[in-house]
Design a protein around this ligand. Sequence first.
Ligand code: SF4
Ligand code: SF4
Length: 96
Amino acid sequence: MIKQSKPLFDASTIPNDLCPIAVLQNPMLPGDWRSMRPVVNRDKCVKCAVCWLYCPVQCVVEKSAWFDFDLTTCKGCGICMRECPHGAIHMVEESS
Ligand code: SF4
Ligand code: SF4
């Protein structure tokens, strides 16, 4: 075994609450803080699934004749709107 140039770090000395932001899971979901949300124009949507492919949080859900969004987890990034080849998605401001 190669000898370490410095002694190994003893993680047991770190208090559990040193950095609560990093160790405690935040109960908020993106739907709690999102400022914009996507809306689909059902007449324009051709169910190509490009929005489903690009959504970084996988919140695009398939409906019978269009694709929609799970607004609990959608973070409002707008990538689906930018990538939709048919211009079927637009972003609207969340009302407070
Ligand atoms: S990318 Fe646009 S046209 Fe394609 S499924 Fe999504 S909303 Fe519909
Ligand atoms: S706005 Fe972003 S997170 Fe929401 S459905 Fe579109 S790509 Fe996904």
